[in-house]
Ligand binder design. Sequence first.
Ligand code: ATP
Length: 785
Amino acid sequence: MSQSFLSKRAISIVSNKLVLDSSISLNFIRNNIASTFNTRTIINLQPKNKFNYLSLPRHFSTIIPRFQAQVDEITSKLEHNGFDLSKKKNSEKAEQSESKNEESLADFASLQYQNLVDKTIIDGIHKLGMKEMTPVQQKSIPYLLKNKFGLISRAKTGTGKTLAFGIPILQEVVEKIKSDPNKDLSKVSALIIAPTRDLANQIKIALDSVLGVESVLNNDSKYGSNRNRNRKTSYGNSGYSRGNSRNSYDYGNDRGSSRNPFSLIKTLNVVGGESRGYQISNFEKKIVPQIVIATPGRFLDIIEVDCVLNAFTDIKTLVLDEADRLLDIGFKDDLIKINSGLIKLHNMSLEQQGLPAVKQPFRTLLFSATIDKSVLSFTKAVLGGDVKYLDNVNPNEPEAHTRIEQTYVQTKNYFENFIGATKYIDDALTTAVDTNEKNFKAIIFLPTVKSVTFYSNALSHYLDDKFQNVNSVHLPRPDRNRNIIDVYEFHGKLTQNARDRTVHNFKHTKNNAILVTSDVGARGMDFPHVSHVIQIGIPTESSTYVHRIGRTARAGNYGKSVLFSTEIESGFTTILEARKITFSKKEKFDIKKAESVEKHFVNWSTQAAENGDDLAQETSISLLGYVTQFSSMLRVDKIDLVETVALSYKLMMDDASKRIRLPRNLLTHLFGERRHPILDDYFDTGRSFSNREFGDRQSFGRNSDKKGYFSNDNNDGGFLADKGFSKDRGFSKDRGFSKDRGFSNDKYGDKKGFGGRRPNYLDNKRDSRSSFKDYGRRSNRYDDF
Ligand SMILES: Nc1ncnc2c1ncn2[C@@H]1O[C@H](COP(=O)(O)OP(=O)(O)OP(=O)(O)O)[C@@H](O)[C@H]1O
């Protein structure tokens, strides 16, 4: 911010500007400074501003150290003449913070004046209604523009990390376009990797918004040739839309345009659940997307295609958004493969040109609100440590925002979690409805896909009974003429089409609204104006807690979060304390105060079971695998954890004799050969079970192995519960990624990467369209992301 500049000195050099505060008179400038410097270099003097800028041409940055000596001299002269700079700075600071209209060094515009960012980009940002950079942007953007090193950046949730890496990437592409007379855009400049499809799509939308194009997610199988009709998505805080906006892929005709480099920039999202053929076809053209935003699985899938491979031989920047998540156990192998593969590709290309290989041909940027050891060790081991760490979180502060009022509600079991959360929502909604406000926008996190479906269904019915006119997939269409409460369901087992629609609707709804979600919505998703985050059950990791609650209090706002957790899991609060996270309120839930909610849930669950749909049982089974994984982390007995779920089933069915029907082998899977009297009380393993009950992969998880029954949805593949992700999907072995293609002799590689030597790898003719039919067939197999 400008204040931080002022607090240092009344005179300073920032980039190629000599900056003076207004305490220095014009006369002083004329007599001292202008004569000290060659006046012809002073190209822009703005004495009426709080700051006097002396803009120096760009090449002067090389002789700034010489200026610095003179600035020091002038400063000491000032001090010698009785200028008390420390007093000045405080009064200036107060004035400055009130004076919003004036441009400061924290403004995006200052990047343009410093010749760091092209005007077109700054204009694009201004049209989104953004003027000042956030602190992470102030630190990261100039750093990334002024040098080519890698970066680890930790900054709290919702503080604008996307543009912190997005703007330097856009600038890199603009520079490339402007400096290349041939406008050769056959290579991708930047690859951004995100852990979920929805986040990757959101990043694309954010960049497209700066470019002024309406983002169209590439779901062409569903939208056919009219892709652009329904899918307008915008980013930023102003509901911005542009009159002359174009689709991001529809750029071919503007190739010749030299005035606006944006007309040549194209972004592409490469994620599962969307048309693989369409994604590949983008790389068959002369101008390929310069910025690709991908999830790891689909990227590794399509990079096998020659035309795609050819486009990735010269990337300049690799971004790992939510880096700690990507370098966590489920994704790490894929990330190492992507990194080493890209290095190999680059070096093979250099070799073809007779140039020597380089160790790190592109820079890697790692961003997250939670940076852990996995990030630091990856940096050291894989990137060789040649990366700067810009930490925007004070080490004495928690990573979570202090602007979030955090409450912890202790319950006795999962049933009470459901009832407690519903009572809380009911109370908050009642206040909003009674006062005719539409300011209740909540995200409810649940541990498993099944529990998300169960709860969004039960909650929709409860709220509809109480408030009427709830808009939910579980209810008939509401009356559009009346006040509506939206209830959305969001998890990784929905079609991508449904996910995209839900994200769009929840972002833009003007109603009181609730998003019931798995952890697929925990990282990076930017839903504006979320007032509450409610967690039913603890997450698997304390970092996930930080990201979950970070869905509120974004972009400078305030928010509330409530964690409903069983007493046996109370050790989780101690784990949070190790992250300096403390609760402003701690309560014990009293179910007697929620009798009507309890009655409704019991009626609804028992009725569903009578109609042959025992949703409570299915949910309980999905939760069993989830809670038992906490045994070692919380140092509690698995049986006690199981009881929180199994007892809930009895309570939900209001029948103490009710037992969860579970095949013996699944029980053995949870407890080994251990026998315990409680197990007989809670589980019915005595009868044979139909395939429909336990063989339905849709209901209990994606994996076909037994663990899959309990799979949660911490990621699109729901792999965290079993950690067997990459093995199950066989990225390395089944697909024979490196072996089949015979790249193992490559002298640059560590054999892990994808870009080994193949004789014709730069031969575009190999990429005929007909060769894609194979990939079409295979896409179903690898469509998890
Ligand atoms: N300089 C800015 N001025 C105003 N709003 C901004 C600015 N930069 C970003 N925003 C807005 O802030 C919100 C959060 O930004 P973003 O999603 O990039 O946060 P983040 O730090 O990546 O969050 P997370 O850690 O959850 O991924 C977005 O709605 C974005 O439009």
